[in-house]
Design a binder for this molecule. Structure first.
Ligand code: 3HC
Ligand code: NAI
Length: 700
């Protein structure tokens, strides 16, 4: 028997234990071990078999690191076929998360028991693939076609009690000893003469499926996951479960799985899976760096960001005190939080009781003395350096020693803010994204003097409140906003050159961005960028630069809030509509500025908008602002809705080939000038060597 899979007879039950830390992934040794154990159990004295896992979780899926490498025997579907055809009853005992191939393994067992805290799920779609070991064939047979489709196309896990209601799990067991509970469940089943329930034998009556169900599902998933192929193939696989005999359905599923696993979409999504986990690691900080306990938090400023940040902490049961300038501002801030939770309750996503518990965790004050005892302060007042410095010197005078003082600033110098205190080692940036209670990204900004334990605590706290953290050094706009500036500039420049707003946005939306940059400008308010530009002294004196954004603001077309910006908006539905007035205005402006308009391809739109991101990303890497190219990808996927299926801007650049990117940037430089298009030295170097960002990262 292999070391990672053991087999023991306990009380006449053959117990197979998988022990492959950290998450019991189904590496080759695990597949082989399970196969051998099942075969052994066929001929020994066991009455039945229990399949369980040691450690923190049941099998969390196939070993993702094996994808893209030559397959190694035995294949999981073959192992599961032996499992399902076992002559002795097999019970899966689930704790933690039974995901992907792990959950599929349980579906090949005859019965499934789980503890209440367990979850089951088929998250393959999040890796650009589909369940490739029978999940698409077995789940519709026990949970129904619609539920299977929802579960597999969303990839979201299902809690044990719901899984039981759906028929995915047979029995919920309690007590601390899952192994003992599973053994007694197996004995009960044997004693009662329970049959070997093989899901494969359940037939789905095609007449129960509404006509047109699969066509409409296909359209629905295409709308939701723009440009991705995996959701579409999942519909096909489930359709096969309905229309074909089980073995043919399995064959179809395998065929689709193999197509997806070798797709660029899946390579990109697997890259993001590992990038996200890498980003949490700080290169020069040992894993065992001590952290400070965060039991109470203060938020300074209860505006757009402060309110959302307060909710993040209340959501994980950490008390928060919100500090505002006066009672009116405080009440306004608290009432927005109230309203936001109210919406979640109305949508049925939270109970009234849970909302009350969370609201009780959030208190307010206008007196800094009330936050003397907090462990972490996050400042989220107006974006003004002098104001922030003033607040930090007040915090220095008020807060207990050892408290972490964080700023949510988007652009200001964290070192200058830290130097306004007598304890710069306790100051760090914690840059949330709007809406802060929803967006997954947290940029943790390391000041020159930030202490190691402060940094480690900021990363750990971010994870605790459900964020994906990426580390940035101090620079204007940190990683994300610094890179964004060229993206917005080019989106506007493309208008003068001949595009309509709809053309620019659709090209980017078809690529997979959640929203094009011009529609996004309308949503955020065009005055925001306008005001930010007014305070910048580093911009070239060029009337073409940000021309349309400026003209629209000066016409009081501020975006959705005034019903018109780059688009006009239906006052009732807020649907965006092209506005011929804007299109005429763009032509007029181009003419006045002497810009000759031309037809522009979608390919050029992508290049003009994305290549500045990539170029700035290269600068950020060589300056050491980001630790790795994959951290930049994480920032863009989780903070700016860059499609995971494209892997983030740096991965995307590697796919295009850095030489192609570099040559195009040089072409744009020759056309538009060095003020805007100046190839980063690192990009040039890698392009000339025929190398990639990924290869560069490996050598660091
Ligand atoms: N394969 C290989 N490594 C994996 C893995 C997997 N399936 N799942 C997790 N890991 C690694 C992580 O990369 C991480 O490694 P590191 O410590 O070196 O960074 C380590 O295990 C711990 O993972 P997390 O940090 O994510 O641990 P958490 O406790 O936060 O989360 C989890 C645990 C919920 C299980 C989470 O790891 C997860 O969601 N894993 C992926 C699950 C998944 O996608 N399964 C489907 C795989 S595809 C499949 O099964 C195909 C099949 O249909 C044939
Ligand atoms: P906001 O204008 O919505 O809220 C700021 C709040 O701070 C106001 O309610 C104001 O009354 C309060 N305030 C001002 N001075 C104060 C003081 N001395 N003490 C206590 N409260 C005070 O601003 P918003 O959008 O929430 O931004 C806050 C910070 O977060 C800024 O630094 C901004 O750059 C940053 N940020 C903003 C994002 C956004 O999308 N809005 C995204 C990420 C960061």
């Amino acid at each position: 028997m292999s070391e990672v899979v053991s087999y023991q007879l306990k009380d006449n039950i053959g117990v197979i234990t998988v022990n492959n830390p950290p998450v019991n992934a189904l590496a080759q040794v695990v597949r082989e071990g399970i196969l051998n154990a099942i075969n052994t159990a066929q001929d020994d004295a066991s009455e039945a078999i229990v399949l369980r896992c040691a450690g923190r979780t049941f099998i969390a899926g196939a070993d993702i690191t094996e994808f893209g490498k030559p397959p190694k025997e035995p294949a999981l579907p073959d192992v599961l076929s032996v499992l399902e055809n076992s002559s002795k009853l097999v019970v899966a005992a689930i704790h933690g998360t039974a995901l992907g191939g792990g959950f599929e393994t349980t579906l090949a067992c005859h019965y499934r028991c789980a503890i209440a805290s367990a979850k089951v799920g088929l998250p393959e779609v999040k890796l650009g693939i589909l369940p490739g070991a029978g999940g698409t064939q077995r789940v519709p047979r026990i949970a129904g076609v619609k539920a299977a489709l929802d579960m597999i196309t969303s990839g979201n896990p299902v809690a044990a009690s719901k899984a039981k209601d759906m028929g995915l799990v047979d029995e919920l067991v309690s007590g601390d000893d899952l192994e003992a509970a599973a053994i007694s469940y197996a004995k009960e089943l044997v004693a009662s003469g329970a049959p070997l329930k093989r899901i494969r034998d359940i037939a789905i009556d095609p007449a129960t499926i509404e006509p047109g169900f699969f066509e409409s599902s296909r359209k629905q998933v295409a709308r939701r996951a723009r440009g991705q192929i995996a959701p579409d193939r999942i519909v096909s696989a489930i359709q096969a479960a309905v229309e074909l005999p089980f073995d043919d359905g399995l064959k179809k599923e395998r065929e689709l799985f193999l197509e997806l696993v070798s797709s660029s979409e899946s390579a990109a999504m697997r890259h993001i899976f590992f990038a996200e986990r890498q980003a949490a690691k700080i290169k020069d900080l040992p894993k065992d760096t001590p952290t400070r306990a965060i039991k109470k938090v203060a938020i300074i400023g209860g505006g757009t960001m402060g309110g959302g940040i307060a909710m993040c902490f209340a959501n994980v049961d950490i008390p928060v005190v919100m500090v505002e300038v006066n009672d009116e501002a405080l009440q306004r801030g608290l009432s927005i939080i109230n309203k936001n939770y109210g919406i979640t309750v109305k949508k049925g996503k939270m109970s009234e009781e849970r909302m009350q518990t969370r609201l009780e965790l959030i208190s307010g004050t206008t007196d800094y003395a009330d936050i003397a005892d907090v462990d972490l302060v996050i400042e989220a007042v107006f974006e003004n350096l002098d104001l922030k410095k003033e607040i930090f010197s007040k915090l220095d005078a008020t807060c207990k020693q050892g408290a972490i003082l964080a700023t949510n600033t988007s652009y200001q110098d964290v070192n200058a803010i830290a130097d306004a205190t007598s304890r710069p080692q306790d100051v760090v940036g914690m840059h949330f994204f709007s809406p802060a209670n929803v967006m997954k990204l947290l940029e943790v900004v390391r000041g020159d003097k930030t202490a190691d334990d402060v940094l480690a605590t900021a990363m750990k706290t971010g994870k605790q409140i459900g964020k994906i953290c990426a580390l940035s050094r101090v620079c204007y706009g940190f990683i994300g906003n610094r890179m964004l500036s060229g993206y917005g500039r080019e989106a506007q420049g493309l208008l003068l050159d001949g595009c309509t707003p709809a053309q620019v946005d659709s090209a980017l939306e078809n690529f997979g961005m959640a929203m094009g940059p011009l529609a996004m400008g309308d949503l955020a308010g065009l005055d925001v960028g306008y005001k930010a530009r007014q305070s910048r002294t580093d911009l070239p004196d060029d009337p073409r630069l940000y021309r349309m954004g400026t003209v629209l603001v000066e016409m009081d077309r501020l975006g959705q809030k005034t019903g018109a910006g780059y688009y006009k908006y239906d006052p009732e539905t807020r649907a965006r509509m092209s506005d011929p007035e804007v299109e005429a205005l763009i032509k007029k402006e181009a003419e006045a500025l002497g810009v000759e308009q031309r037809d522009i391809s979608d390919e050029e739109i992508l290049q003009r908008c994305f290549y500045p991101l990539i170029n700035e990303g290269a600068l950020i890497l060589e300056e050491g602002i980001a630790q790795r190219p994959s951290d930049i990808d994480v920032v863009y996927v989780y903070g700016y809705a860059f499609p995971a299926a494209k892997g983030g801007p740096m991965f995307y650049a590697d796919q295009i080939g850095l030489k192609n990117v570099y040559d195009k940037i040089c072409e744009f430089r020759d056309r538009y000038g060095e003020d805007y298009w100046k190839p980063a030295p690192l990009l040039k170097e890698l392009a000339e060597k025929g190398s990639s960002f990924a290869e560069w990262a490996e050598q660091q």
